[in-house]
Structure formats: C-alpha cells, structure tokens
Design a protein around this ligand. Sequence first.
Ligand code: UD1
Length: 342
Amino acid sequence: MRKVLVTGGTGYIGSHTTVELQAAGYEVVIVDDLSNSAVDILDNIQKITGKRPVFEQFNLVDAAKTDDFFGRHRDIAATIHFAASKAVGESVEKPLHYYRNNLVSLMNIIDAQLKYGIPNIVFSSSCTVYGQPDRLPVTESTPRKDAESPYGNTKRVNEDILRDSIHAFPDRLRAIALRYFNPIGAHPSALIGETPAGTPQNLVPFITQTAAGLREELKVFGDDYDTPDGSAIRDYINVVDLAKAHVVAINRLLNNKNKTGFEVFNLGTGNGYSVLQLINSFEKVTGLKLNYRIVGRRAGDIEKIWADTSLANNELGWKAEKSVEETLLSAWNWEKHLRGIA
Ligand code: UD1
C-alpha cells in the first residue's frame, strides 16, 4: 500500500482528504501540530473508513524534527501539504508568524524530500493568488496579483518556492499546486467538518453558528457591489469534492501522468453564488430563518470571483459534483452534530 504524508491532516480539508485517500487504498500518515485542530478527529476518521491514520504531532517549521520524520518514513511516496496558518486578519497582525510558519515548513519538507529521494508534492494553494481578476472566470493563466494580506502572499510565494526548486532539481522534485476557491460543507456522515477556533471569519461557519443560536446575527458585508443583488460573489466548492481532487492529483504524480514538473489547477465549481443567494439556499434547504443584517464592506474583500474549471475537468478528469444545496445541508448537519442539536 502506498504511503502518503498529509500535513495538517487533522484540519478541515486535510481530514476530508485523509478519508478519501484511505478509501482509494492509500496508507495515510498525518503530521499536525494541533494548533488549529483536535486529535480526536482521528477517531472520527476511523469511524468513517475503518482505518486509523498514523499520527505524529510536531510543527514542520522544526527542520530537525522534519528531517527525522522523513528519515523514519522513507517509504512515503508523496506529500500533500495543508499545514499552514490561514486567518487573513491575523496574518496582517502577525506577518512574521505567517511567513515563518507557512514558508519555512514547505522549505523544510522540500529539503527533506530531496535528501530522502521523495519527489512528489501536492500543495494547498488558493484562488486568493488572483486577487480581483480583470476578467472572469479565472483560468490558471490569469495573472496573479499582489496579495491583499501576508496570508495570501504566503500562498503565492510557496507556489514560487516550488516552481523554482523544481526548476533547480527537475529530476528529483515535482509538484501540483491546487488553487481552491471557497471550500464549504462537511462529510455526509457529519463526523468531520470545519471547526473554526473562536469567532468564525468565513461565511458558512458563521451562517451555521447563527442558525444554531451561537451568534446573534450574521452580518452581510456589503450590498453595493457590482453584482446582480449587490452582495459579493464566490465559487463555493464542496469539501468532499475538493478532497477527491487531491486523490486524483496524487494518482497523477505517482503514475507519472503530469505534463510538466510543476502544474497548477483551479478547483472550483465554475458557478458564482452571491452571499445573499447562499443565505437563501441555506434557508430553503434547512427550513430555518436566518437572522442577518446588511452592513458595510469588509476590508480586503474582492467583489467577485469564480473559476474556469476546464483544465481540472479535462486534464485531471475531475469535476465538482455536489450541489450547493446539498453542501449547505451537510454544513448544517455537521453544526448540529457539534452542538448536539437533534
Ligand atoms: C477568505 C480569504 C481567502 C482564504 C479563504 C479561506 C479574504 C479576503 N479571503 O476567502 O484568502 O483563502 O477565506 O477560507 O479574507 N461574508 C459575510 N459575512 C461574514 C463572513 C463572510 O458577508 O460573516 C462574505 C464575505 O464578505 C465574502 C463571502 O462572504 O464576500 C465569503 O467570505 P469568506 O468565507 O470569508 O471567504 P473569502 O473572503 O472569499
């Protein structure tokens, strides 16, 4: 059985990807420092798949520990690198923490993989690298723009670190960067999902926490954008669909199907939904009334973005399958599971 390292594997996207990798027959080793996740998620992964991933707790910023880890797991075939700090606002307050945590960890992984002869990396990137694109939908060749935040910049720079390292070591390293649009929802079992620490910054956890009574009201940031209903538009993608794309990317690298050493794919649905449309869909599928209020725009937000998914569809043979309604219902089921709501 081929072994895949999933860094950040107890986190939101990492846990869903671990489940899909195991379902596809891979053995998963997780490294996570548990700074933004809990170790008991391993129990729930095991409940879903019947298999418990191997787990080691440390921060990959520690070069000695990273080297020691790879030295003990020389049979790892590929790494999926999720582990990173990801709060946009916090990154503005703590830029050095974000640059150190997100950049140094990737560099340590690359160093160790070169040393131990492990060529394959899938990197967790973001559509944030496009900023507000001049033309929509965005393709992979849409120019990247200056990042709005240190967090966003770490995604851009990490893509460059991979590209330049592969340029320097074309026979020893190759990578696929996956640029996620807005991942939402939870596993249909409601055993794993998103658990934001503190007040959620992202829309869907805020919606479900408001519906569950944890938050008094949802603030809709802006209704004066140049969009049909005035609220901002994003491409919301189901987290299980997203997780499956990682399995496809790993298969592609391990079967030598990649066309160049460094490939980039957009992962979205190709459809844009406004904040108000998402709220309406949530109300419709759950039958609940959401207490929301329109307020001013949030600093740093872009107006609208959605993906051109042709490359992922045609080249990876992957397509987002789940509807936004089904996805919102899965997010609500997960929130209910967390809060013990029947
Ligand atoms: C944000 C980050 C992005 C990151 C992603 C990770 C910014 C500018 N971008 O994406 O870099 O990769 O999270 O998940 O922060 N909204 C409300 N009320 C709320 C929360 C959000 O109206 O309480 C709106 C936002 O203004 C936005 C939409 O909902 O229009 C989606 O917001 P969010 O879920 O935070 O994602 P992004 O901002 O798109």
